[in-house]
Design a binder for this molecule. Structure first.
Ligand code: CS2
Length: 497
């Protein structure tokens, strides 16, 4: 039987919660409610705050139609009354918890007016937002919304009947302004640099494009779009996860998550953030800071950059999962070498010592219960290489720190792209052809000319191109596995410290 308000199976195995769903008032929206990452992380902090007694953290889940299968996933969530299971697996054992905050669900593509009206409710003061990076329609050239997109053009012409996430937010904000209600505060959960600020830019520029000067001015004056760093490793759901939950808990859950115990939400304090909310979130474990950027950078360079290194070169060397690599004494040193380089430009932060942080990240990678597929990490390589390896490269070049493993990761990406089929890279859809061109000609140009990743300077920088070239030729000559082993054998103790 399917999980629902009326059926929670062997709930004795679930971590008890004192939340009374009937008494919970809806005060938070969640735009993109089927996404797993926020349900596993920020929502769990809100749930903790609700368990600590904050009353108005019931969630209005809004579904968007942007990605394939979202309608089906939303219907599955509706069928379960918004309930879902969170299975966290660590060395301390398994914890089963029910996500109970999602109380109301509205699928915006079918019920746009209802979604706008509900988002305009004065009781809603916050909204989690997850749109995927492309769902922001951000145009870095103009610093606003991408007016060349057909969906955005639709929303410019039809402000009352939007299709996009930013369009929905603008319409809801307009309704609030007209009713004399303050804006809600959108909390971006995207794993992307400057997430909240980017959301603010696209929302305000869309209002501007719609010719609504009053709304544009009102948003500029009154709305806040705080940035946040959200961290929890959530591997892709497997059929066997659903089967295991059904066997153990006695109900069928089509929207669960299997994740690690670790979770972190660093949130920027915004002007007029209510002191009571700040207190409640802090007590629930959220780190409220003035500037999120250094935390975001620390995570991107320590955790995500090492993921990206492994996703390509270690995948080509025969590994399938993250934990396989870091638990293999022959190959783990390459992950250490990567972290040593990417951390070179990082400073300790309040509450976060970089050495200790690195150790925690490495142990998280080692968690054998979290089978995190390298192939899952490999998609959208251009953006990831830019935000991770290239960001670290630029910083290290500035301070004269080593860049060898960073260049190995980039060479690994090129080799992987040349040898992998059906690559999903929205920024460089022809990355496979470009990489094969590099291999064929022995010249890096076809890949280094991807400006979105390397800019105009790095293709000219011989300190970088010579190293990438040497690594790539080594990988080609010896094969990825043997090359990686010979690279690791030559690492000095300082390179992995
Ligand atoms: C990963 C991230 O797929 C990837 O690119 O590096 O999804 C990573 O697991 C999360 O950022 C962890 O919070």
């Amino acid at each position: 039987m399917i999980l629902s308000n009326n059926f929670t199976g062997n709930s004795g195995l679930l971590t008890p919660s004192n939340i009374n769903r009937d008494a919970l008032q809806t005060g938070v929206a969640f735009i993109g409610a089927t996404a797993r990452f926020p349900r596993a992380c920020p929502v769990m902090f809100l749930q903790k705050a609700a368990e600590n007694g904050t009353p108005n953290l019931g969630i209005l889940g809004i579904g968007l139609g942007a990605s394939d299968g979202s309608r089906e996933r939303f219907a599955a969530l509706e069928q379960q009354d918004g309930l879902y299971t969170l299975v966290s697996k660590g060395t301390g054992g398994i914890e089963y918890k029910l996500g109970t905050l999602l109380k109301e669900l509205v699928f915006a593509p079918d019920k746009t007016q209802e979604a706008i009206a509900r988002l305009a409710d004065p009781a809603i003061t916050l909204s989690l937002v997850i749109l995927t990076q492309s769902g922001y329609y951000y145009d870095s050239a103009t610093g606003g919304i991408n007016i060349n997109s057909a969906d955005v053009q639709h929303d410019i012409k039809n402000p009352a009947n939007p299709k996009t996430g930013p369009g929905l937010i603008v319409a809801a904000m307009r309704a609030r302004m007209r009713a004399g209600v303050a804006p809600f505060t959108p909390l971006s959960c995207e794993a992307m640099a400057e997430n909240g600020a980017t959301l603010g830019k696209v929302v305000i520029s869309l209002a501007e494009q719609q010719g609504d000067a009053a709304l544009t001015a009102w948003l500029r004056e009154k709305a806040s779009f705080p940035c946040a760093m959200v961290d929890r490793i959530v591997p892709k759901l497997k059929d066997s996860d659903i089967a295991e939950i059904e066997k153990t808990l006695g109900y069928r859950d089509n929207m669960p998550m299997v994740t690690e115990p670790f979770l972190q939400w660093v949130l920027e304090e915004w002007k007029d953030m209510p002191a009571s909310l700040k207190g409640a979130l802090t007590k629930a474990g959220v780190q409220i800071v003035q500037d999120v950027k250094p935390y975001e950078r620390a995570k991107l360079l320590t955790l995500n950059a090492t993921h990206t290194l492994m996703a390509y070169i270690c995948n080509s060397a025969g590994f399938t999962y993250v934990d396989e690599v870091v638990n293999d004494p022959d190959f783990a040193p390459v992950a250490h070498a990567s972290m040593a380089e990417t951390q070179a430009s990082l400073q300790d932060l309040p509450g976060q010592n970089m050495k200790a942080y690195r150790k925690i990240v490495f142990e998280r990678f080692q968690n054998p219960h979290i089978r995190h597929e390298l192939a899952q990490i490999a998609h959208d390589g251009t953006n990831k290489i830019r935000d991770r390896q290239v960001a670290a490269l630029r910083a290290n070049l500035k301070i004269g720190a080593p860049i060898d493993t960073l260049c190995l990761a980039i060479a690994g990406w090129i080799n992987w792209a040349a040898t992998t089929e059906n690559i999903d890279d929205r920024t460089t859809p022809d990355i496979g052809a470009r990489a094969r061109e590099v291999v064929k000609t022995g010249k890096l140009d076809a890949v280094m000319s991807i400006r979105e990743a390397f800019g105009d300077d790095l293709p000219q920088d011989k300190r970088v191109t010579d190293k990438i070239d040497a690594h790539l030729k080594g990988i080609q000559a010896q094969g990825p596995r043997d090359y990686l082993l010979s690279y690791i054998a030559a690492l000095t103790p300082a390179a992995v410290a």
